[in-house]
Design a protein around this ligand. Structure first.
Ligand code: ZN
Ligand code: FE
Length: 269
């Protein structure tokens, strides 16, 4: 049998609206943010895959809750990559800004970006420039969502703004694998910020149709988010004008100020 050398990236649904992304080559698999072990174990068994690594973006339980059970069921020598801090159970490798690590099976290498905001020690994994990775891929945890961004539980608007700026600088065709299916509610808010954004209006129809068929709205791309995501568009006229109106401020001197206003607005939307 000829083995497919291309990588597959599959969303394993968990809880209400989480996706645990599984990256595999038909034999060996990585999972990103396994908040729950049982759907992962079921998927690996069904697809006859061997788990060779676990990637963690941040410490929240819906992203880490399944790690120890996976290690217990599948072998305690499986490497667990994660951000700095004491709250990632089973982590074997601390990953910090600029780290590059290569995984042999499935064959892929990642570059680590620190993206504080949702939590302080949040990281994202970026894969680029490999023969078997056709488009660059970003596993961004709860930092960026399709048409939205993560809540600021630990970080500041300035930190989130700087984190999103790192994503804005990535190639536009980067596939973005977010960890929650929040798209429709994010779009409702995005439309309140930018009611005249034609790309957003079109995207709202597409996303609704996908969800009506119970299909994921992910992955998205960096290029797409630059068109429709208000948190990636804090330098755009209509976003700034909405933020000025909502805040009653006379000026918002930077994209981080705009983000601070629209993030707080979203929290009570
Ligand atoms: Zn989270
Ligand atoms: Fe989460």
């Amino acid at each position: 049998m000829v083995k497919n050398t291309l990588l597959h990236v599959w969303p394993i649904p968990a809880f209400e609206d989480n996706y645990i992304w599984c990256i595999h080559d038909g034999d060996c698999a990585l999972v990103v943010d396994p908040g729950d072990a049982s759907p992962v174990l079921r998927y690996l068994e069904q697809e006859k895959l061997t788990l060779t690594g676990i990637l963690i973006t941040h410490h929240h339980a819906d992203h880490t809750g399944g790690i120890l059970q996976l290690l217990k069921s599948l072998g305690s020598s499986i490497p667990v990559y994660g951000p700095i801090g004491n709250n990632i159970p089973g982590r074997t490798q601390v990953a910090i800004e600029g780290d590059k690590f290569e995984i042999s099976a499935p064959r892929i290498s990642f570059e680590v970006h620190e993206v504080p905001g949702h939590t302080l020690s949040h990281i994202a994994y970026f894969a680029n420039m490999q023969a078997n990775v056709v488009e660059p891929m970003l596993f961004c945890g709860d930092t960026l969502f399709a048409s939205g961004c993560g809540r600021l539980f630990e970080g500041t608007p300035t930190q989130m703004s700087q984190s999103l700026a790192k994503f804005i600088a990535l190639p536009k065709n980067t596939l973005v694998y977010c960890t929650h299916e929040y798209t429709l509610s994010n779009i409702r808010f995005a439309l309140a910020v930018e009611p005249n954004n034609a790309n957003l209006i079109t995207w709202a129809q597409t996303a609704k149709a996908l969800r009506a068929q119970n299909l994921p709205t992910l992955p998205t791309t960096i290029g797409q988010e630059l068109q429709v995501n208000p948190f990636m568009r804090c330098d755009q006229k209509e976003v700034i004008e909405s933020a000025l109106e909502v805040s009653g401020e006379k000026s918002l001197p930077s994209p981080a100020h705009v983000l601070a206003v629209i993030r707080a607005w979203k929290d009570r939307f």
